[in-house]
Design a protein around this ligand. Structure first.
Ligand code: FEO
Length: 173
């Protein structure tokens, strides 16, 4: 199979930078939750950060496999504070929607470049975004229901601590 085009390679490299930002954003949120002594929420965010790191490596592997060159770009620093746990999760939800839009753009580039292999490969990311948005939306709804009440927050924190460690996706996935 022919190597990926430069345009496709650049677009995928841009996604690597975005996924690195996501990793750092969720680590920053984990630190924010640690500062509130919400260890369960912090754990959830650390797991999320690991998932984002898997996305970075998955893209890295794909570009390399297709004879492209990975370029690591500058990553903007994430925020440090949020007004409340709810606000942190609302921004997580917005962020994941932006990532979903970026993945859709990548699919468009693949189509414009007539790169069926990359288009097919990106299906995994399209599906992953559906899952990510749904799981964050669920937490946003639970936080709204809990309305910042201490008992509700403690119960939620316990639930968040049960998020299992992620398993890395295989390159073929
Ligand atoms: Fe890698 Fe949360 O998107």
């Amino acid at each position: 199979m022919a190597a990926i085009t430069e345009k496709m390679q650049d677009a995928l490299n841009g996604q690597i930078t975005a996924e690195m930002y996501s990793t750092n954003l969720y680590l920053a949120m984990a630190a924010y939750f640690e500062s509130l002594d919400l260890a369960g929420f912090a754990h959830w965010m650390r797991v999320q950060a690991k998932e984002e790191d898997f996305h970075v490596h998955k893209l890295f592997d794909y570009i390399t496999e297709r004879g492209g060159r990975v370029v690591i770009g500058a990553v903007e620093a994430p925020p440090v504070e949020w007004a409340s746990p709810l606000e942190a999760f609302e921004s997580t939800y917005e962020h994941e929607q932006e990532v979903s839009a970026m993945v859709s753009k990548l699919v468009e580039v693949a189509q414009a470049e007539n790169d069926r292999a990359t288009e097919s490969y990106l299906r995994w990311f399209v599906d992953e975004q559906v899952e990510e948005e749904a799981s964050v939306d669920r937490v946003v709804k639970m936080l709204r229901l809990g309305d910042g009440q201490p008992v509700a927050m403690l119960m939620l924190d316990r639930e968040m601590s049960a998020r299992p460690e992620p398993t890395p996706p295989t390159p073929a996935e």
